[in-house]
Design a protein around this ligand. Structure first.
Ligand SMILES: Nc1ncnc2c1ncn2[C@@H]1O[C@H](COP(=O)(O)OP(=O)(O)OP(=O)(O)O)[C@@H](O)[C@H]1O
Ligand SMILES: [Mg+2]
Length: 207
């Protein structure tokens, strides 16, 4: 059996982690070997980069620095986690990947998309997901799902930002429809999980 790389994308609160876990358990139940990952993937180098990205002391970080650090962590993640797992014939499920950088740093913050794509090409060595599941829904609905404390910290300008990110994701998907499953995420968990599984069965050659 060949491995497959499946990624969940979408703005904050759309239900990526929920669907990722559901699919993970479903595939495990069908005795597929599945590795559940999230960048930076638990590599020591990746975790060190993540600490720099999340450190509140680093307020002065430029968007370019941020984009390069994400790409650097991704390079480590691809070579130490994703490629070896795929080579063993296993399935890799990832919470976010390159499209998050293109959507957030590119469409959201306005960094040059072409350059971002080049930096990420260096990071991934051209590895692309076999399938990206884009969970799509209006920003207010998605942010409304987040816990109150986090939601309250979001300002009006964040809504515009997330709108740009959402539109960016949709553009990425429509530019390459064969590699994406775009789902209206404003539906029940089980309904979405069934739609995800239907497409994953095709990608894994189970039907
Ligand atoms: N289909 C759904 N309908 C209603 N609520 C949902 C649905 N899917 C997830 N939720 C709830 O919405 C919240 C956010 O879900 P989840 O954490 O999976 O989103 P996420 O996309 O991973 O968010 P983040 O980007 O912040 O990690 C959780 O409380 C979850 O239980
Ligand atoms: Mg999540």
């Amino acid at each position: 059996m060949r491995g497959a790389f499946i990624v969940f994308e979408g703005i904050d609160g759309v239900g990526k982690t929920t669907q990722l876990f559901t699919l993970f358990h479903e595939l495990r139940g069908r005795s597929r070997k599945v590795v559940l990952t999230r960048e930076p993937g638990g590599t020591p180098v990746g975790e060190a980069i993540r600490r720099v990205l999340l450190d509140a002391e680093n307020q002065e970080m430029t968007p370019e620095t941020e984009a390069l650090l994400y790409a650097a962590a991704r390079a480590q993640f691809v070579s130490k986690v994703v490629r070896p797992t795929l080579e063993r014939g296993e399935v890799v499920l990832s919470d976010r990947f390159v499209d998050s950088s293109l959507a957030y740093q590119g469409y959201g913050r306005g960094l040059d998309l072409e350059k971002l794509a080049q930096v990420n090409m260096l990071a991934t060595g051209g590895l692309r997901p076999d399938l990206t599941i884009l969970l799509d829904m209006p920003v207010v609905t998605a942010l409304g799902r987040l816990e109150v404390g986090r939601r309250d910290r979001l300002e009006l300008e964040d809504t515009d930002f997330y709108d740009r990110v959402r539109r960016g994701y949709r553009r990425l998907a429509s530019a390459d429809p064969g590699r994406y499953l775009v789902l209206d995420a404003d539906r029940e968990v089980e309904v979405l999980a069934a739609a995800v599984m239907e497409r994953v069965e095709v990608v894994l050659g189970l039907v």
